[in-house]
Write a protein of this length. Structure first.
Length: 170
């Protein structure tokens, strides 16, 4: 049994002389930093992305590999969408941790900076679309004919339209 499977795993004190706080940060562009330096090692970057979770007690972002965990800082969204394949139904997202999952169009939002976000990992985490991933939405885009003076952008998936409401930050 991994330590992470213990019911009190997230309540255990850190190892002696250490802290649960880290200097690891995730920038809005999906780049990890450690002590202010960019994490350039691809395998480490992918591992960090796959370890992202939310602490069950306080709701803060953590990195956990099942053996240990630490808090880290997230500048915008904890996950990032690298690409979107709109040629399949439902459309599929390629995430920066190397995983792929279907898009839940009901979770799409648009931030003040015109960046699209959605929910991933069964709705538990928010993901920010890269510019390239956003271009993948183009074949799905429609507008709401309800207000021609100010059309609301929407996507059409499976014959149904899903409006893209403004994002409300976590």
């Amino acid at each position: 049994m991994k330590p992470g499977e213990h019911p009190d795993f997230f309540r255990f004190a850190p190892p002696p002389g250490t802290s649960r706080e880290s200097t690891i940060a995730l920038r809005a562009d999906g780049t990890f930093l450690h002590d202010g330096e960019v994490v350039e090692h691809r395998a480490l970057h992918k591992a960090l992305a796959s370890w992202i979770a939310i602490h069950p007690d306080d709701g803060r972002f953590i990195l956990t590999n099942g053996y240990d965990w630490t808090y880290f800082t997230v500048e915008d969204a904890p996950m990032h969408v690298l690409s979107l394949d709109a040629t399949v139904d439902p459309p599929r997202l390629e995430l920066f941790d190397g995983s792929s999952e279907p898009l839940d169009p009901s979770t799409l939002t648009v931030g003040a900076d015109d960046v699209v976000h959605c929910r991933v990992r069964s709705g538990t985490l928010e993901a920010r679309f890269s510019r390239f991933a956003q271009t993948g939405l183009a074949p799905l885009l429609v507008t709401d004919p309800g207000d021609e003076s100010s059309p609301i952008p929407a996507v059409r998936v499976g014959g149904r339209d899903y409006p893209l409401p403004p994002r409300t930050k976590r």
